[in-house]
Ligand binder design. Structure first.
Ligand code: NI
Length: 190
């Protein structure tokens, strides 16, 4: 089943998500549906708030960008309660987009090297040093769990330049070719 992606303006995207507890009902199915929804919308990552659930769960399949970024080739990660430790504070800016912000792409500064700790679907702990674009994807998705979006990292001027597009998303005036859910204020649209 494809789950609708909640768009910018929906309050669920701005809440801090709760840790996921072992025994969460139908977790396996939820994870499978998140992967389906991510593939349907041609994203490389999806966080649970984007499908309307404020729990600390992220799916990533970075393989589609593996040709440009070798560290992404073959990397598929299901992250439960992920924690990021910054290993090197130097940042690099690259363009990012987000399924919850269709039509918007901006350069976002991110650190290049992180240590990631997380639990997999079976609640087994993992720890890995991650670099480059994969580290960027992880940081972007983990931001969602804190109620943060990539536009929070860009300058006021750049945000101002995107204001029209942002307002269009908030008011439901955007065409998206994957299932979406608009902010509750948008009447008659889902
Ligand atoms: Ni996103």
């Amino acid at each position: 089943m494809k789950l609708p992606v909640y768009l910018y303006g929906h309050p669920v995207l701005r809440k801090i998500s709760e840790p996921l507890q072992e025994g969460y009902p139908d977790l396996e199915q939820l994870v499978a549906e998140m992967y389906d929804s991510m593939y349907e919308s041609e994203g490389v990552g999806l966080a649970a708030p984007q499908i309307g659930k404020n729990i600390r769960l992220v799916v990533i399949d970075a393989d589609p960008v593996g040709e440009s970024f070798p560290e992404c080739a073959g990397r598929k990660l299901t992250l439960i309660n992920p924690e990021i430790e910054i290993l090197d504070g130097d940042t690099i800016s690259r363009p990012e987009g987000c399924l919850s912000l269709p039509g918007i792409s901006e350069n976002v500064p991110r650190v290049e090297h992180i240590r990631l700790r997380w639990l997999d679907e079976k609640f087994q702990p993992h720890e890995e040093e991650i670099s480059g674009f994969l580290a960027r994807i992880v940081q972007h998705e983990c931001d969602h769990l804190e109620g943060k979006l990539f536009i929070d990292h860009i300058s006021g001027i750049r945000r101002q330049l995107n204001r029209g597009k942002l307002n269009n998303i908030v008011s439901g005036k955007v065409r998206v070719d994957y299932p979406v859910r608009f902010a509750p204020s948008v009447k008659g649209r889902r």
